[in-house]
Write a protein that binds this ligand. Structure first.
Ligand code: 26Q
Length: 798
């Protein structure tokens, strides 16, 4: 057995240095004398990767032997974060790397700075996918993540005159040392064409070429993979005839079009962007991944009847929902199964996670477009719809409006396919991502489906990786937690954090806790220990209400000038986040924040008391630096709009105290950390919904609240660089997300925050109790819930 002959990779400093040197020469093809920092980085990455690859080989062998039930996660986005630090930690080489690099003549910091994060996602949904993969591996579950290897990730944000400008993120332009290309596993994907007597005849063929990244488990041998597809022109699409005639652009036109499919990540979260290229991306992901899943099934199995027992496929939102008609097509058209059997297999195989409550974010595609791009899939969708509507009519005779609402096809104002309805119909479980969200799904968005199939709906509250967001992001606090708990077992069982609660009563522990928070702030360059670091980090969206935080900042600034007794305590307010490039209202808010920041900075009266900082290009790398330093976590969405939030969990775990509404997972965070350790404000979901449904007049708040009026007037009068009037007008005229209605409650609650900060011992107690109460929010627990409620897969230990 060759596997037993594999030379074990050493764990001593000398062995590590030897391997580094050997990789420098034989794989990087250079020498110590001529190595650049980039050479050192790539070589270190290979040396670390080799250690994980050895574990990967053992994992794959164990999986093959046991022919287990597999969890497949289909997601258009993965926000994996920087790989170097994580892979050093997971391979146990963190302490070996610096000395080995010194020997090459480089510092660890200089080399670590060359690690580029693959920004293959927008925000919460993409980062959740990465956290779930981390936990699946940590729990030894046989799992593969499937996604798209975008050439260009989420855009790089810059500010010019305070305005967001977007630059392409060519993240892999120097190559990606973490990736294993697997060009031999390519797949073909068809588009367009027609359905003839012999079935679908595509008019265009594109190749999908996979590569994978290693997904190591923490504290276990398992290394899983995430497989990412890249579009390649089929060789035939290069037009040699045109090339020979000197028509160079025309010769490659088809090839360029094909490769555009994986060119760029769509940066519009939370709105339905009905572009054909996006639909092609979705089908490309689905088609390549399903063929790969089927190929893997066949390695160990012969009978289709066994497929649902061996396979569960989780759809991360509706983006991969075409997998449902695609699997039917494979089974019926290619494998010649009967429709009934194919449909039954599909309905036992797929499950769907919904991540939204915004009606405008529910994906729909024009029937015309879908039918042109995927004619056979549209036929299949129609057939599914007939069965669905027959079932609805049988259960609710005469209820025509219900039939209209539940149909997979929206008729007015344009015929469109409702992807969420298709996802609910073609799956055996549908989950929301926090308790409140899941309740709202069954009472509002999917109420009709819940009436028909009540058992299909469940909740799985989101979680985050404690390895990345505590251990790696915050090594100082992690060491203190391990000392307090007597071990680092909490990194694999986060519920152990509850044992920190008694230490909140220990003055010397509190003082060390405070010192760690201060260190983290100093590392960020925001070291004023007397100032609250007040943090709002998330995508920009009106429902998340960055504008509410900004009105508070303006009020604080005005108090500083007019009424210093009411100012409170020194504060540094930190914003981080990107706006979708086409989302003008969100970009206006960004512009205004930067203008307020400049005005506040230019006024000497604010010195040492109020600062507004807005680092550009918030991403996972930056999140890992900001989160440990935060004192106050802003989770202030309009109640009933934020499905869950996960930044709220990361901040609470790192000892930030939350100011928030009863929205998404805030509800569960407050339940667990205790109402005394959470600053609650604002309308709850029923009250907000009722106000929205009534004849809401935002101007009444402007008229009756002097401070609110002053803040809005300052914007309207052009005091902040003359920008932001559009923001103020939108609040006064419409205020879709009830910002003005919640302003007073929010500002008063912030006064309580300031008072609490003045008692540092009490604040530190709250901080420790936030960490102690947040053990539930580990993605390990999330995966355990998915396993118990949906996936039903067993661990396989290599
Ligand atoms: C859809 C169609 C076309 C183009 C883009 C999209 C698109 C892309 C990304 C739509 C939505 C997204 C991302 C959504 C998202 O991140 N949702 C968040 O998911 C988190 C994890 O469950 C939750 O915590 C957040 O509450 C939710 O907003």
């Amino acid at each position: 057995d060759l596997r037993n002959g594999l030379r074990p990779l050493g764990s001593t400093p000398a062995e590590f240095e030897q391997d580094l040197l050997s990789n420098l020469y034989y794989r990087r093809g250079t020498t110590v004398e001529s190595a650049s920092a980039q050479d050192a980085y790539e070589t270190l990455a290979l040396t670390v990767r080799d250690r994980l690859a050895a574990r990967r080989a053992r994992t794959a062998a164990a999986h093959y032997e046991s022919n287990p039930r597999w969890v497949y996660y289909l997601s258009a986005e993965y926000l994996l974060g920087p790989q170097l630090e994580q892979n050093l930690l997971y391979s146990g080489t963190t302490d070996l790397a610096p000395a080995a690099l010194e020997a090459l003549g480089f510092s660890a910091e200089e080399v670590a700075a060359l690690d580029v994060e693959p920004g293959l996602g927008n925000g919460g949904l993409g980062r959740l996918a990465a956290c779930l993969l981390d936990s699946l591996a940590t729990l030894d579950i046989p799992a593969v993540g499937y996604g798209i290897r975008y050439d260009l990730g989420i855009f790089k944000q810059q500010f010019e005159n305070g305005e967001q400008v977007e630059r392409p993120d060519d993240w892999a332009f120097q190559g990606d040392p973490w990736e294993f290309p697997a060009p031999d596993d390519w797949q073909t994907v068809g588009f367009y064409g027609f359905v003839g007597p012999e079935g679908w005849v595509p008019g265009e063929i594109v190749h999908g070429e996979p590569s994978h990244l290693l997904v190591p488990g923490y504290g276990t041998e398992t290394v899983n993979i995430v497989r990412l597809w890249r579009a390649r022109a089929a060789p035939a699409s290069f037009d040699l005839r045109r090339f020979s005639a000197g028509q160079y652009a025309e010769a490659v036109q088809e090839a360029v079009k094909a490769e555009n499919i994986s060119k760029v990540l769509y940066p519009d979260d939370s709105t339905d962007m009905g572009r054909e290229l996006r639909l092609k991306q979705q089908y490309f992901l689905v088609s390549c991944s399903l063929r790969d899943i089927v190929r893997r099934f066949r390695l160990r199995n012969a009978d289709w009847a066994d497929f649902p027992a061996k396979t569960v496929i989780q759809l991360n939102d509706t983006h991969p929902t075409l997998a449902i008609p695609e699997l039917i097509r494979l089974l019926v058209d290619e494998e010649k199964l009967e429709w009934e059997q194919a449909w039954s297999i599909v309905r036992q195989t797929f499950a769907y996670t919904c991540h939204t409550l915004l009606p405008e974010a529910l994906e729909t595609w024009p029937v015309e477009m879908l039918g042109r791009l995927l004619p056979r899939h549209l036929e299949i969708i129609y057939t599914i719809n007939e069965a669905l509507l027959a079932e609805v009519r049988a259960r609710f005779p005469g209820d025509l409006d219900r039939v209209r609402r539940m149909s997979l096809i929206q008729e007015e104002p344009q015929r469109r396919v409702r992807m969420a309805n298709l996802a609910v119909t073609g799956t055996f479980k549908v989950n929301g991502v926090a308790e409140l969200h899941s309740q709202l799904l069954t009472s509002t968005t999917f109420a009709d489906f819940a009436a028909l199939w009540p058992d299909r709906f469940t909740n799985v509250t989101n979680g985050v990786s404690p390895r990345r967001f505590v251990r790696l992001a915050n090594p100082g606090l992690s060491a203190l937690i391990s000392e307090g708990l007597g071990s680092d077992d909490w990194l694999r069982d986060l519920s152990l954090l509850s044992n920190l609660a008694p230490l909140a009563g220990d003055a010397s522990f509190r003082s060390r806790w405070r010192a760690e928070k201060r260190h983290a702030k100093a590392d960020l360059g925001l070291g004023d220990p007397g100032a609250v670091l007040d943090v709002m980090i998330k995508r920009f969206h009106e429902y998340k209400r960055q504008q509410l935080k900004l009105l508070h900042v303006i009020t604080l600034y005005q108090r500083l000038r007019n009424d210093p007794a009411r100012f409170g305590v020194p504060r540094t307010v930190l914003f981080g986040g990107k706006a979708a490039p086409a989302y003008d209202a969100a970009k206006s808010i960004i512009r205004l924040i930067n203008a307020v920041s400049a005005t506040v900075a230019a006024d000497p009266r604010t010195s040492g008391l109020l600062r507004v900082v807005f680092p550009a290009n918030y991403n996972v790398t930056l999140a890992e630096r900001i989160i440990p330093a935060a004192d106050l976590s802003e989770q202030i969405s309009m109640a009933g709009k934020e499905a869950s939030g996960t930044g709220n969990m990361k901040l609470a775990l790192n000892g930030a105290v939350t100011i928030g509404t009863l929205d998404g997972a805030n509800v569960e965070i407050r339940d667990r950390v205790g109402a005394d350790n959470f600053f609650l404000f604002g309308l709850d979901t029923p009250a907000a919904a009722a106000l929205r449904a009534s004849d809401y007049r935002p101007r009444t708040h402007y008229d009756s609240d002097e401070e609110l009026r002053a803040a809005l007037d300052a914007i309207l009068s052009g005091e902040f660089g003359g920008v932001g009037q559009d923001v103020a007008h939108s609040l006064l005229d419409r205020d879709e997300y009830l910002t003005l209605a919640d302003y007073r409650s929010y500002v008063d609650k912030q006064d309580e925050v300031a008072a609490a900060w003045q008692n540092q011992e009490q604040w530190t107690r709250m901080s420790i109790l936030n960490t102690a109460g947040s053990g539930f929010f580990s993605a390990d627990r999330t995966v355990a819930d998915y396993l118990a409620r949906i996936w039903r897969a067993e661990p396989v230990r290599p």
